[in-house]
Design a protein around this ligand. Structure first.
Ligand code: AMP
Ligand code: ZN
Length: 132
């Protein structure tokens, strides 16, 4: 069984931030920034691509509310809400989860940076993205 299913079942301890019938939110053990929280469905699904829409929407609604609550209570100046999907995207636990990462200043322990890459023909990109 996956580590988050074990947490949901209560077999592994966690610091619960929020719980309802379908969704659990816990403090991330790594605390990449103060208040780093994970929101996950209680029903196992591997990632956002595998999950059904209802499950994603339930998690997203909780993530939105908690992001606001956490920013207010931690006095963060910003927040990243993200989900990693697949090894290449940095997913290490194959159970859908949204990270809520409060941000404090440019020198906190996380960097999310969009570096410029080689120029693309957007018309061609659009065709591929739309499956044309
Ligand atoms: P990801 O790399 O997006 O799959 O994120 C997985 C996250 O789960 C990491 O940030 C880990 O620190 C966190 N994590 C792994 N095991 C536990 C645990 N037992 N309790 C809380 N967080 C965990
Ligand atoms: Zn699981």
């Amino acid at each position: 069984m996956c580590v988050f299913c074990e947490i949901i079942k209560g077999n592994i301890p966690s610091a619960k931030v929020y719980e309802d019938d379908d969704v659990l939110a816990i403090l991330d053990i790594s605390q990449v920034t103060f208040g780093h929280t994970l929101v996950m469905p209680k029903k196992h699904c591997a990632n956002i691509l595998e999950a059904d829409e209802e499950t994603v929407l339930k998690c997203a609604a909780v993530a939105k509310k908690l992001a606001k609550q956490i920013v207010e209570n931690t006095k963060a100046t910003g927040v990243n809400v993200l989900t990693n999907c697949g090894e290449s995207a940095g997913q290490t636990v194959d159970h859908l989860h949204f990270h809520i990462i409060p941000r404090y200043d440019e020198n906190d322990a996380i960097t999310i940076k969009f570096n410029p890459s080689k120029e693309q023909d957007l018309g061609q990109v659009l065709k591929v993205v739309k499956g044309e």
